[in-house]
Design a protein around this ligand. Structure first.
Ligand SMILES: [Zn+2]
Length: 129
């Protein structure tokens, strides 16, 4: 048995209750200044995947991205290593500083997550609502 994966650090707006990756500044949804830390379960379900064959300069090619829904229907666009996870699969999202990612080592059954250790990523964000 391995240790459970660490909670996923997100932020929550005190005004509109939107949850999102931590940002410097006001709530990206309503503009309120009161944003507080929010620890979410790191496991979620892959909704969609894609690979950028022509990523921005400095990014790995192909650059895999996965749209993952974690608890409370929070959707995160995260870096995904090869092979890309399948839509519908359960994965664990890991925060590496300001970067969020998921990879093949994190594809686990719900509740049996392992802490991912490999891969590099540069950007993640929550899509606009
Ligand atoms: Zn807000």
């Amino acid at each position: 048995m391995s240790a459970p994966p660490p909670p996923l650090p997100l932020s929550k707006c005190s005004t509109c209750h939107a949850r999102f990756v931590p940002v410097d500044g006001p709530c990206p949804r309503c503009g309120a200044a009161t944003v507080e830390p929010y620890a979410a379960r790191p496991d979620g379900t892959v909704l969609a995947v894609t690979a950028l064959e022509v990523p921005p300069p400095g990014w790995e090619r192909p650059h895999g991205l996965a749209l993952v829904e974690v608890e409370d229907a929070v959707r995160l666009l995260v870096i995904a290593g090869a092979p890309l996870p399948s839509p519908g699969s359960h994965v664990v999202v890991r925060a590496d500083g300001a970067v969020y990612r998921v990879g093949p080592a994190e594809q686990v059954e719900r509740g049996e997550g392992e802490v991912p250790t490999a891969g590099r990523a540069r950007l993640s964000f929550e899509p606009p609502r």
